[in-house]
Design a protein around this ligand. Structure first.
Ligand SMILES: Cc1cc2nc3c(=O)[nH]c(=O)nc-3n(C[C@H](O)[C@H](O)[C@H](O)COP(=O)(O)OP(=O)(O)OC[C@H]3O[C@@H](n4cnc5c(N)ncnc54)[C@H](O)[C@@H]3O)c2cc1C
Ligand code: SF4
Ligand code: SF4
Ligand code: SF4
Length: 416
């Protein structure tokens, strides 16, 4: 993939375009506090703006921005000293399946609760001073907020996947001042931002960080949940708590309301492929390839009958492996060695989706005039889009248009 397409674009143009993942790294790193952000309802995510009069033009925001893309080959060489055997899975030390030992946590969490159990272990065993997680604050229960938990009690509201954006890396601004030991939980694109920040900024590089990435096949922007509220007749002002996947495996969406019963719907009902954020259709990283530990679901037939979930877990670095073994030794998680083949099998369809990445990138570049730039020599090298890519985006456009103009009761037929 050639990288010329975005080389002249500055941070403002990325932040304003579909390229922005809303990760918050630019805000977190800016030494002049010259970047402000707010939720843009039309785009369905935070939009980051440079205040020109305060900018000292150091260029760091552009260097750390994962929205413009990533040289995946370089990152593999820098972090692991080699390209991975499998370009869809990334480098690793050991794959495991596992789950939280605490049964209630396992039941409430998205998959097996391993992520929250690791954070609990890190805080209670003093392996970290703070952990960076994402919750729906009580004051605004339908929009995410990243926060630093210094004790295990504060972690309770962060349990569970939020299938909507979180500007996790804005937290860099705080942790750069505190200079302690942290664990950060994010999506693969957050991890890209932090790795780029470690390489561009000495202060970030000196921080003692362990990075946990969730697997990520796609995300929705906030227009999705607003649309669901409209579709199901839920008043947004009435919502006091929102879980996308809870109460067993694979779990349901549960919306707790001030008035009336809890509202519940299944993943099949709310996971609408064509409402996936446009940026996610050109994302190269499903398995969080540059984290210390990556954690996802176990979509395997042998686990399909379990009503308490399990996680697929990939230890990628010695730091990540040590945290996992420590958590297992201290009784916070159960770990069973697994294989890279099984890890790939858990998310086979999303790994397959990556195979046509360059086709989708070239199609989006043609219709939008811009595209992210990913350099990965191990991917199939076709750069030209074909009929499947055209059909994919046409279907998206038609469904998006129908969803926005038709009344909810007429939409059912076009849902999938
Ligand atoms: C947008 C998204 C897409 C995903 N896609 C896939 C997929 O395709 N395949 C797959 O196997 N797994 C996917 N996952 C991961 C899966 O949903 C679980 O998060 C993962 O298995 C960990 O489960 P757990 O029970 O250990 O997590 P829990 O113990 O419930 O903890 C979840 C942690 O994730 C953090 N978190 C939640 N939402 C966000 C967010 N939006 N941004 C940053 N941090 C967040 C929380 O702060 C919490 O620390 C996705 C997750 C998300 C958020
Ligand atoms: S160029 Fe430097 S000072 Fe200006 S917004 Fe970017 S990071 Fe901030
Ligand atoms: S650093 Fe993140 S939030 Fe900032 S412009 Fe780039 S993708 Fe968007
Ligand atoms: S699919 Fe990629 S860009 Fe989209 S949220 Fe997930 S990691 Fe970020």
């Amino acid at each position: 993939m050639g990288c010329n397409s975005t080389s002249k674009i500055r941070i403002d143009s990325i932040a304003d375009s579909y390229l922005c993942t809303g990760c918050g790294t630019c805000y977190g790193i800016c030494p002049a506090d010259a970047i402000k952000y707010e939720l843009n309802e039309r785009k369905g995510r935070n939009v980051f703006n440079v205040i020109k009069s305060e900018c000292v033009q150091c260029g760091q925001c552009y260097s750390v921005c994962p929205g413009k893309g990533l040289n995946i080959d370089d990152q593999n060489h820098l972090l692991f000293g080699k390209l991975p055997k499998n370009p869809f899975l990334g480098n690793y030390i050991q794959c495991y399946t596992g789950f939280a030992s605490n049964n209630l946590l396992r039941y409430k969490a998205t998959s097996g609760g391993t992520t929250t159990a690791l954070l609990n272990c890190a805080l209670s065993c003093h392996l970290a001073d703070g952990v960076i997680s994402t919750h729906f604050p009580e004051s605004n229960p339908t929009e995410t907020e990243p926060f630093i938990a210094y004790d295990t009690v504060s972690l309770k509201r962060s349990i569970g996947s939020k299938y909507c954006p979180s500007s996790v890396n804005t937290i860099l601004k705080t942790i750069l001042k505190e200079k302690k030991r942290y664990i950060i939980v994010g999506l693969p694109c957050h991890i890209h931002g932090i790795r780029l920040a470690q390489q561009a900024n000495q202060q970030v590089n000196k921080l003692d960080l362990v990075l946990i990435s969730l697997f990520c096949g796609m995300n929705f922007d906030y227009r999705h949940i607003r649309w669901l509220f409209r579709y199901f007749g839920v008043d947004r002002e009435d919502v006091v708590d929102l879980s996308y996947r809870t109460n067993g495996y694979p779990g349901n969406m549960v919306i707790d309301r001030q008035i009336g019963d809890k509202f519940t719907c299944s993943i099949e009902e709310y996971s609408i492929e064509s409402m996936k954020a446009l940026r996610c259709t050109v994302c190269p990283d499903t398995f969080g390839e540059f984290a210390d530990i990556s954690i996802g679901d176990v979509w395997l037939p042998e686990f399909s009958k379990e009503d308490h979930g399990q996680n697929m877990i990939i230890a990628r670095t010695p730091k990540g492996q040590n945290l996992l073994l420590e958590a297992s030794k201290n009784g916070h998680i159960h770990l069973t060695p697994s294989t890279p083949e099984k890890a790939l099998q858990t998310n086979e369809s999303v790994a397959k989706f990556k195979k046509n990445l360059y086709g989708r990138i070239s199609f989006l570049r043609l219709i939008t005039g811009t595209s992210p730039c990913y350099t990965q020599s191990q991917l199939p090298s076709s750069r030209i889009f074909a009929l499947p890519e055209v059909k994919f985006y046409l279907k998206r456009i038609i469904k998006h248009t129908l969803f926005s103009i038709l009344p909810p009761r007429l939409i059912k037929a076009f849902r999938r």
